[in-house]
Design a protein around this ligand. Structure first.
Ligand SMILES: CCCCCCCCCCCCCCCC(=O)OC[C@@H](O)COP(=O)(O)O
Length: 267
């Protein structure tokens, strides 16, 4: 698990600094999330309905923005996310990134304040993220019908919607199987799908990465925008088209080799 990089005192110091950044990074996320949970719970009782979502989303965006800035200052990560900024203020659409790691949602949310998020239900039930996610009106993914209904409603109210087309972190490179729910929601809401291409040079928090294993640092993340698709008419045809688009758009992307998964880069 531990790896000392380089030899002698400089190598040991560098490794120590990385461990410090790693545990500070995790500790900081846990602390701010827990703090926001404690505040979000009473706020959800007293705030007027229309302010809950707006406040909840803004606080999470600003919180993650500051958090990612802190990771950069600690030397843990380097982020290039500016491509997302041009989407701010644009009309409702689905934001559809490939999903190499658990950092992806934080990066996208940190740049887009008017964003709903389809979220794994275990995370909505989690003590660190649950109250904040509920205040922000994020949508849990355990009931397909409920998820589609709430997502369409939210888009109609003018928000962006973050939805990872694979529904889980990539289990195959450059992208796993695309699910039909994204096309169903886009068709029903009549909104376009903006693809987002995420690149990283580290397997940190990819599928199967042990949560407390320190990666080499700094980790580089880069986001750029892919093609924007019109609302689909045929869900099945569009789902296949979207997967094949990601396959070709990411063919030269910088992505880590995932342990024990298929890599089309090398086939
Ligand atoms: C002030 C800042 C802190 C406040 C925190 C409160 C609420 C935080 C919400 C965090 C949103 C996280 C994201 C959601 C999308 C999602 O669910 O991603 C994870 C899955 O794809 C991973 O699936 P899998 O690969 O199957 O484990």
């Amino acid at each position: 698990m531990s790896q000392v990089q380089g030899s002698g005192i400089p190598g040991i110091l560098r490794t120590l600094r990385e461990y410090l950044a790693f545990y500070c990074g995790l500790g900081l996320l846990a602390s701010v999330s827990l703090l926001w949970s404690v505040l979000a719970l009473p706020l959800s009782l007293v705030l007027p309905r229309k302010w809950k979502k707006r406040t909840g989303r803004l606080v999470i965006t600003m919180g993650f923005r500051i958090y990612l800035r802190a990771l950069s200052i600690m030397g843990a990560c380097r982020f290039d996310l500016k491509a997302l900024d041009i989407l701010q203020g644009e009309s409702p659409m689905i934001i559809a990134p490939n999903h190499p790691s658990l950092m992806d949602a934080l990066m996208v949310i940190s740049r887009l304040p008017n964003l709903a998020c389809i979220m794994k239900s275990e995370l909505v039930d989690n003590v660190f993220f649950g109250a904040g996610a509920r205040l922000a009106g994020y949508i849990r993914n355990d009931s397909l019908r409920g998820m589609i209904y709430l997502a369409v409603e939210d888009l109609r109210s003018g928000s962006h919607l973050l939805l990872f087309p694979e529904g889980t972190r990539s289990n195959r490179l450059p992208i796993g199987t695309v699910r039909g729910s994204i096309a169903l929601i886009a068709k029903e809401a009549g909104v376009p799908i903006q693809t987002v291409l995420i690149e990283t040079d580290s397997a940190f928090l990819t599928k199967g990465w042990p949560f407390f294993r320190k990666p080499s640092m700094p980790i580089h993340y880069r986001i750029h925008l892919g093609q924007r698709f019109d609302p689909p008419t045929d869900v099945r045809v569009f789902t296949a088209e979207l997967e094949s688009y990601f396959q070709s758009a990411l063919v030269d992307a910088k992505l880590p080799h995932l342990p024990a998964v298929t890599d089309v880069h090398s086939s």
